[in-house]
Each structure stands twice: as structure tokens, then as C-alpha cells.
Design a protein around this ligand. Structure first.
Ligand SMILES: Nc1ncnc2c1ncn2[C@@H]1O[C@H](COP(=O)(O)OP(=O)(O)O)[C@@H](O)[C@H]1O
Ligand SMILES: N[C@@H](CCC(=O)OP(=O)(O)O)C(=O)O
Length: 368
């Protein structure tokens, strides 16, 4: 059985596995990965796939022989390869897939971030497999995350994943690049990511991938700090997946630095500045405190301050006591109109309903 603590995971697949020859997509390695994803889902673990490969897959369609590839050429290659990559994955599953293309800004802007979060939650709740990639054909240099290892870490944090599994063309982290250093030793576990760990990382040996080991360590650094265990495994070998499905170790494990719930709670309570507050009736206050429920419009009795969708606000009881801080899905102006209403009435009142929850339970941190 898969690690039972993994209820939701993000799997990142590198270009070399999708388009090993940079001529369209190949199912050579993807079959075993797709089987692993299906098995994880059957065992009740939700999966978000972050797939590279659009540039590599589309490469042979655009005539350009020089290296490095300029951004406009990569953008054109990505436009061709992205559809081929999505079609290849879709054919490997007997459930439906959804394409999510992101830029750095989408994840940095809290309002857009909420939209992404809502979309991913809805897809997962409907058993659709989200397949995420950077929006390479439109993202300019300053808008890009730049590599899918870091993008996958950001997605893993956004969806509150329990683990991030980075599938590459190598068994995991070595003390140096084993393709150039003969006596490089395999590292099975990293308890803390220090400068010594970064010093082990070399570049990619081919021109298909982006970043080599450096971006994978950066990704592990980001994810483990936010409570996400991170693995780098060899996606070319079915034995890695078989081991994980038996609950055994595979590749290099970067151990999470804290519990993901305490990481999120700390971020909400201490890093986000509150922009306003709302007062809850007795039922909503009870549900929030003792049932871990989301906050619905029906339980709101008053709205204070001028805040926007995506801002952090205090959730207070009828006496004004701060019970929790949360990220609000609606602006103060919108909340004034929908407070006290049933969720089904939101669309009639505002003309839209981005979320039935005013504050989703995943975005609430109790003060007590
Ligand atoms: N210390 C290291 N340990 C393992 N691999 C390393 C190391 N330093 C550099 N590499 C290189 O990083 C490559 C994986 O990165 P990359 O080619 O970007 O893969 P992907 O396409 O999966 O993101 C390996 O094949 C290897 O050549
Ligand atoms: N977004 C790019 C992938 C960038 C990237 O990080 O590639 P890789 O190092 O192979 O994971 C693409 O789809 O080609």
C-alpha cells in the first residue's frame, strides 16, 4: 500500500521522460507513470500532475538549429508541444484530464491564486486529473517561474499536498553529478537542505531539461519548509513506482521541516496582515471552532473594513472576539450584499458565485 499519510500528492514529470528524443511525445516512460497515477487514485490518494515537455515535444516542428534557444522560438515550440503532450497523457487514462497553464503572476497574485485553488479543488472533487504546466507560449522572461521543479513545489504548497514526487531521469540526488564525477555517491535522505546540499547540484547533461539538480533542490527547499515531503525518483524505472506502491522507499527523500497545517497556520496568523473583519452568528462561530467547517455567507452578521477578494481578514464572534484569521473569497462590498444569505442565493444577488464558501476551511487558522 502507498504511504497512508499521502491523501493528496503532486507528481512532476520532466521533459526527458516525455520527449526523450525531442521529437514529439513518447509513451516509453509515461506508461509506467500513468499506471502509478491510476493506482494512487484507486488507493484514494488525489493526484495533481505537473508535466514538462511542451518545448521538447514541439522542438522538431520549428526549424531552429542553434543553442541556446531564444524565448520566442521556445514559445512557438511550446505551442505545438503542449497539445501533443496533453493528448498523449489523456490517451493513457480512462478518466478525464484537465489542462492548467500558469505563469508566476498567477501564483503570486492572491486573487488569481484563489481562482487556481478553487479550480483545482473542484477538479479533484470531480475525479478529474489536473495536468499543470507553465504557460510557456505567452509567459515572458519576467512572468515565468522558469522551471517546472519550482512550479511543482508552488502547486504542491497551493493544494496542500502531503508529498511532491519529482520524476527525473536519474535515481535521485548524488553527492555530485554522477554523469561527470565517477565516485559520486547516492544520497537516500536529506534531513535539512544546507549549502552543502546545494553544492552537490550540477547542471542537466542534456539540452531538453531545465535546471538540472539545482532547481530540484530549490523545489524541495520550498516544499519541505511548508510541510511537504519531497522525493526525487527515477521515472525511467518502474521499480521506483512499484516500491512506492508497496509503501517502501524510492529515490531521495527530502524530509518535511514541519507539519503542513502548522506551516499554513503560522503563515495565516503571523505573515498575512489582516485587512478587515467579519462577525459571525453563534452557529457559524461554533462550526468554525469545533467542527473545522468552512464559513458560509449565512453565518455572517456584520462586515467591517474595506478588503478585497483574496485578502486576509479576522473572523470574530458576535462580541468581536477574534476566533480565527482566514483568506476571504469575496470583497467587503460583495459580502455586505450576501451576508446572511443562503449560498444558493449568492448568484442571484451578485450575478456570479466563485465559491460557495466565503472562507474555505483550508484557508482558516484558529487563534486558540
Ligand atoms: N548531484 C547530482 N545528482 C544527480 N543528478 C545530477 C546532479 N547534478 C546534476 N545532475 C543532473 O541533473 C539531471 C536531471 O535534471 P534535468 O535534466 O533538468 O531533468 P528533468 O528533465 O527531469 O527536470 C540528471 O540527469 C543529471 O545529469
Ligand atoms: N514548461 C517547460 C518545462 C520546463 C522544465 O522545467 O523542464 P524540465 O526540467 O524537463 O522539468 C516545458 O513544458 O517545456
Amino acid at each position: 500500500m502507498l504511504n497512508s499519510a499521502w491523501r493528496r500528492i503532486v507528481i512532476k514529470v520532466g521533459s526527458a521522460l516525455i520527449s526523450p528524443n525531442a521529437k514529439g511525445c513518447s509513451t516509453r516512460y509515461l506508461l509506467a507513470i500513468a499506471r502509478f497515477i491510476s493506482e494512487c487514485r484507486q488507493q484514494g490518494c488525489e493526484v495533481v500532475l505537473v508535466s514538462s515537455g511542451s518545448v521538447a515535444a514541439g522542438r522538431s516542428a520549428i526549424a531552429f538549429a542553434h543553442q541556446p534557444l531564444p524565448i520566442n522560438i521556445k514559445q512557438a515550440m511550446a505551442a505545438v508541444g503542449q497539445t501533443e503532450m496533453m493528448a498523449t497523457w489523456s490517451h493513457l487514462f480512462d478518466f478525464r484530464c484537465a489542462q492548467i497553464l500558469l505563469t508566476h503572476d498567477d501564483l503570486a497574485d492572491r486573487r488569481r491564486y484563489l481562482n487556481i485553488d478553487n479550480t483545482l479543488r473542484t477538479l479533484l472533487a470531480n475525479q478529474v486529473l489536473p495536468i499543470v504546466n507553465e504557460n510557456d507560449s505567452v509567459a515572458t522572461a519576467e512572468l515565468r517561474v522558469g522551471d517546472n521543479d519550482n512550479l511543482a513545489a508552488m502547486v504542491a504548497i497551493a493544494v496542500g499536498a502531503d508529498a511532491l514526487i519529482i520524476c527525473s531521469d536519474i535515481d535521485g540526488l548524488y553527492t555530485a553529478n554522477p554523469r561527470t564525477v565517477a565516485d559520486a555517491r547516492f544520497v537516500a535522505q536529506v534531513d535539512r537542505i544546507t549549502a552543502d546540499i546545494y553544492a552537490m547540484a550540477g547542471e542537466s547533461h542534456h539540452t531538453i531539461g531545465t535546471g538540472g539538480m539545482v532547481t530540484k533542490i530549490q523545489a524541495a527547499d520550498k516544499a519541505t519548509r511548508q510541510g511537504v515531503d519531497t522525493l526525487i525518483i527515477n521515472g525511467q524505472s518502474a521499480t521506483s513506482f512499484d516500491a512506492l506502491l508497496r509503501g517502501e522507499k524510492a529515490g531521495t527523500l527530502f524530509v518535511k521541516q514541519q507539519d503542513k497545517r502548522s506551516a499554513k497556520k503560522h503563515w495565516l496568523l503571523h505573515s498575512l496582515k489582516s485587512q478587515g473583519s467579519i462577525m459571525l452568528d453563534g452557529g457559524a462561530a461554533q462550526a468554525l471552532q469545533f467542527k473545522g467547517a468552512s464559513l458560509l455567507a449565512k453565518g455572517i452578521i456584520a462586515v467591517n473594513g474595506q478588503f478585497d477578494k483574496g485578502d486576509a481578514i479576522w473572523l470574530c464572534d458576535a462580541e468581536g472576539k477574534q476566533l480565527a484569521k482566514g483568506i476571504c473569497q469575496y470583497s467587503a462590498t460583495e459580502l455586505q450584499l450576501i451576508k446572511g444569505l443562503h449560498s444558493l442565493q449568492i448568484v442571484d444577488t451578485l450575478g456570479f458565485c466563485p465559491s460557495e464558501e466565503v472562507v474555505h476551511r483550508d484557508d482558516i487558522a484558529l487563534t486558540g
